[in-house]
Structures are given as C-alpha cells and as structure tokens.
Design a protein around this ligand. Structure first.
Ligand SMILES: [Zn+2]
Length: 372
C-alpha cells in the first residue's frame, strides 16, 4: 500500500504528482513502521543560464528514525580511485613488522585474565583471539581469521570467517557467564585504513560493555517501544515489508536474509537480518557459517565495484530482551588509495545525515547476482 502522506510533517500537503515521493506503510503497522522517502528540490541557475532542478531524496530509517540522503544528481558518478581495484597497500608484504603475524603474535599481543581463559587466548580452527592492547571498553578483543597478513576484499575463505565468528561468540559467551552486566556487545570489522583499520592484518573487533553505545541505546529503545505498541518485533516487520516490496531484497544464506538498507548510512549499505533470534546464544554453528557466507558475498559484490574498504557490524544486547533481533550491517568506505576523498564530509559529521549517491534499489539489483 503506497500512502501519499508525510509522516514527518502530517500537516504538509502531499505531492501525489511526484513519481518519487512515497511513504510505504503496511496495513497493520499504521504509524509504527514507516518507509519514508521525501524528495526535495534544489533550484539554481546553471552555468548555461538555464534554471535547473536537482532532486535529493531524504529517507528515514524505519528502525532508528535517523534520516539520510541520496543525492540523485550524483547517481552513476564514478568516484575517483574506483576505476580499478587499487593495488595492495605498501604494508602488504611486511609480515615481520606485524604484531598479528606468527610467530610474533604470541609474544607481542596481550592475554586474557584467567577467569576468561586459563590459557590467555582463544583458538578456534584458524582463528586466534586475544585482548585488544588498545581497548575501547571493559571488554575489547581481537579475533584473527588466520595467519594471512593481507587478504584482498572478497578473497578470504568462508571457513576463516566462520572460525573467527565462532571464536568471537565463544569469548562473548564467557563474558555473559563472568560479567552478566556487560550486555552491550558488538562484533565489528574495519577493512583497510580507509575504513578505520589500524593494522592491515585482517581481524574482527569484539566488544562488551556495561554502558550502551548510542546505537545500542537507540535500537533497544525503539525495538522495545515497537514490541509493546504492536506486539511484533521491529526487524521481523521490517524484513516482511522488504520481502513483499522486493526492490531492495537481495537473497538469503541459511536463515539470514539480506537486503539493501532503505535509508543507507553508508555507500552500498547491506543488512543481514536473522528473524526470530534476539541473542547470539541462540545461534548454532550453521547460523555463524551462513553469516560468514553473507559477509563474503557482500565483499565480492564490493570488489566488483572496485571498492577495497568496508565496515561490518553486528550489535548485540544480551539483557534477556525479546525485542531486538540480530542484524548484520556492511557498507563500503572510501577506497584506500592516495588522494581519494573521504566519504565522511562536514555534512555527515556536522549535520549527522549520511549522503550517498546510489539508490538502495540499485544497490540490491547490482548485489543479487552474488547471492545466486
Ligand atoms: Zn600480519
């Protein structure tokens, strides 16, 4: 059902003549889960003397209610530095200087306290996990995939990601047991320095903290409110809407369902939702394998766009809530190659709205072949 109604400004006249203005609403959701896309027009006199109109889509994330923008005038723009996949970075061969490479990883990285791991490090297949020497919170660990010092985007094996995710889950499970108040958890990845990675050697960051991050706080608040108002889980309803709509839906790996984010807060942002699952403790080994598969497929898609940097995030709230289902997020970052512009400008940092140049419907249509 398409409603010509502006949820953000109910008193504003609707624009039924606009082909791009829409707010989608599922019948049973009423005011609760709105897919709002409000195009605005910028007018100016172009250098040739003609008055031009450029459309900017202002979309609202139905889950977080944060807005973001798609600058349609830049759709199709080839960003500088993405003509080809950039060459490997200069440190790609410098294994001897890397604290995450063997054998020095065993002497140059810290060990967990005995209550978390008597041996100080966790091992799962090819993955080694140890505390972050530069922690970001109470519990802050590094989970390596394997001993490969540099792995190009999309070239890692699913097995190494599976091992590293299982190792991360093992670590978080130990925290649940030893410090049940540290319920705000996350598994993240910064691939290459342009995505914030300080060491080239591929790894996941594993976090747990008693104090919520901004995103933990917003997600929990919104998911709880939605559950109490509607009796439904917000991400299940989001997923159902996206499956029915189809334009942003990409495919599945096991029970994980993948789609382009409706209101992207990063370039080519893709979500993987695991419906019905609100705790990482409910995942079996296969679920982690299927998450790893989705992560690698997303990387292969990004590689096809000649992009080499990305971020991954899986946020967890292990307080026994039955509202917030698991959602993995991946998005592209500016390429790591000289003189490429950063994707976070004054607009993103100072106004708080991400501006991307690609409509999510286009992202999904490009990504689908990697799920076949
Ligand atoms: Zn290394």
């Amino acid at each position: 059902m398409v409603m010509m109604h502006c949820w953000l400004h109910p008193d504003r006249p609707s624009q039924p003549d606009s082909s791009v203005f829409y707010t989608e609403e599922r019948d049973t959701m009423d005011q609760e889960l709105m897919f709002t896309n409000e195009p605005v027009k910028a007018r100016f006199i172009a250098p040739d003397g003609n008055v031009e109109e450029k459309i900017i889509e202002i979309r609202t994330n139905p889950v977080t209610l944060r807005s973001s923008r798609v600058t349609l005038s830049r759709v199709g723009e080839k960003e500088k530095g993405t003509e080809n996949l950039p060459n490997p970075p200069p440190d790609a061969e410098k294994k001897a200087a890397c604290p995450f490479c063997r054998p020095q990883v065993m002497t140059r990285t810290p060990r967990c306290l005995g209550k978390l791991s008597p041996s100080g490090r966790l091992v799962r297949g090819s993955s080694l996990l140890f505390p972050n020497l530069f922690p970001y919170g109470r519990y802050s660990a590094i989970s390596l995939f394997d001993d490969n010092h540099f792995v190009e985007i999309g070239k890692a094996s699913v097995e190494t990601y599976h091992d590293s995710l299982l190792n991360s889950a093992d670590y978080l499970g130990r925290i649940v047991q030893s410090d049940p108040k540290s319920v705000y958890m996350a598994i993240t990845q910064n691939h290459l320095p342009s995505a914030g990675g300080s060491l080239l050697h591929p790894h996941l960051q594993v976090h747990a903290e008693r104090i919520p991050s901004n995103h933990h706080r917003t997600l929990l608040q919104r998911a709880s409110q939605y559950r109490s108002t509607t009796g439904s889980r917000i991400l299940t309803d989001y997923l159902r809407h996206e499956q029915q709509d189809g334009r942003r839906y990409i495919g599945k790996t096991g029970h994980w369902q993948w789609m382009a984010a409706f209101a992207p807060e990063g370039f080519y942002e893709i979500w993987g939702i695991l419906p019905g699952c609100t705790s990482f403790c409910d995942l079996n080994e296969e679920d982690w394998l299927h998450l790893a598969q989705g992560m690698i497929r997303t990387q292969k898609f990004y590689r096809s766009l000649c992009r080499n940097g990305y971020n991954f995030g899986l946020l967890l709230i292990e307080d026994g809530n039955d509202c917030l289902e698991l959602r993995a997020v991946m998005l592209v970052r500016s390429n790591f190659t000289p003189w490429v512009r950063n994707d976070y400008t004054g607009y993103e940092l100072m106004l708080g709205d991400m501006a991307t140049f690609v409509q999510p419907e286009q992202t999904a249509s490009l990504a689908r072949e990697f799920w076949q």
